[in-house]
Design a protein around this ligand. Sequence first.
Ligand SMILES: *[C@@H]1O[C@H](CO)[C@@H](O)[C@H](O)[C@H]1NC(C)=O
Ligand SMILES: *[C@@H]1O[C@H](CO)[C@@H](O)[C@H](O)[C@H]1NC(C)=O
Ligand SMILES: *[C@@H]1O[C@H](CO)[C@@H](O)[C@H](O)[C@H]1NC(C)=O
Ligand SMILES: *[C@@H]1O[C@H](CO)[C@@H](O)[C@H](O)[C@H]1NC(C)=O
Length: 425
Amino acid sequence: MIKLKDCKCFHTEKPWAFPLAITSIVCLFLLLTCFNMGLIPPLYKINSYFPLFNPRVSSNHSIPHFAEQRVKSTHLESRSSTPRFAYLISGSKGDLNKLWRTLRALYHPLNYYVVHLDLESEPNERMELASRVEKDPMFAEVGNVYMIMKANMVTYRGPTMVSNTLHACAILLKRNKDWDWFINLSASDYPLVTQDDLLSAFRNLNRDWNFVEHTSQLGWKEDQRAMPLMIDPGLYENKKSDIFWVQPDRPLPTAFKLFTGSAWMVLSRSFVEYCIWGWDNLPRTLLMYYTNFVSSPEGYFQTVICNVPEFIPTVINHDMHFISWDNPPKQHPHVLNISDATKMFKSGAAFARKFDQDTTILDRIDSEILHRSNGSFTPGGWCRDIPSCSEVGKPILVKSGPGAKRLKKLINKLIRSAQNGNQCR
Ligand SMILES: *[C@@H]1O[C@H](CO)[C@@H](O)[C@H](O)[C@H]1NC(C)=O
Ligand SMILES: *[C@@H]1O[C@H](CO)[C@@H](O)[C@H](O)[C@H]1NC(C)=O
Ligand SMILES: *[C@@H]1O[C@H](CO)[C@@H](O)[C@H](O)[C@H]1NC(C)=O
Ligand SMILES: *[C@@H]1O[C@H](CO)[C@@H](O)[C@H](O)[C@H]1NC(C)=O
């Protein structure tokens, strides 16, 4: 028991007691004002930094509180519903008509399309593309074609190519929640199957597969690509100029393993989210590393995906393209012509590159494979009126043809090879 007599606090004079009380009141007042004005984060936020105020949470030591959302380990089951693709088709100066033809050949109302003409193209060219997209009655009705109006500066072989691709990924993630795969194309690409064929070949696939051609055997790229340091002026200049090299070189990285491969790929939505949202720091760190790497589009996504154990089982070592390289490969692939037709059609690939504008080989693809005529859309189950295909009937009605068979055969072969461990080696 406390005896009042023993407690001197109320009786003795303490010269500092009054000022202390006043100061405390003022402090309390100021603190409350800060909370009110939002200068200090609210209590529940402080609580999440230092879980002191909630013994129930702090006592449960069995749950580690990871800041990162873990990558879900993938089960690779198949799902059977019609998938959706999100495309980026980009071009540069003089590519307007090529891009427009590729876009129309690829069009399907279920998919999404981002089109981009880089800053090197003339403003009139970009305005013309914008007005064609806006005035096209089909695009206006369905609303699934977007043009990037604030054009990016893109330097050939520079990291601005990767940032342009990531920009399109970010737009597509923000605008649409329901696509399954992202496909990066240029105006010099062209499809070798109809979209109905593509949708039907991908229908029963697990949505986590990524088609990324890759190898860890860098070969000549080790000392000609990975070690020299270069700078892309497209990152900070208004006018286009070529990349330049700086000294000294850098050694090969030890914090991650480098992979290289094709700049063309089909990426799953979950992998694109991982790259864009960046809750794990790896995609961001590697983006910075690749800023000074020549031809980063041939390595960035390969190195990211192969350094994340959860994604390795989802990698298929193919880029879904038919490209005709010299042996050994030079900087540019062959421009395809009519004499490549047989090899190209046999390859089973979904796309081919590169093509010149309106060449006879493109007309042959149109007539033999896509059955599209006169600049119309590629006919498919979704069209109300075949062959002109100017109105949407049932978008989910997919009518596959021989192209789907060729593509399925290729994909099945690739999946078998992936399951035999041909991944990230
Ligand atoms: C504490 O952890 C256990 C097991 O890990 C879990 O079942 C339980 O719900 C947790 N309790 C709280 C309060 O989070
Ligand atoms: C994406 O597409 C563009 C086409 O303009 C290409 O140049 C680039 O290398 C591609 N790949 C990546 C990974 O960005
Ligand atoms: C097609 O391209 C190849 C290689 O680029 C070339 O050798 C050949 O002459 C070309 N054929 C035609 C018909 O232009
Ligand atoms: C293609 O267009 C031309 C003129 O624009 C027209 O005369 C022709 O009938 C069209 N062909 C088809 C198959 O629609």
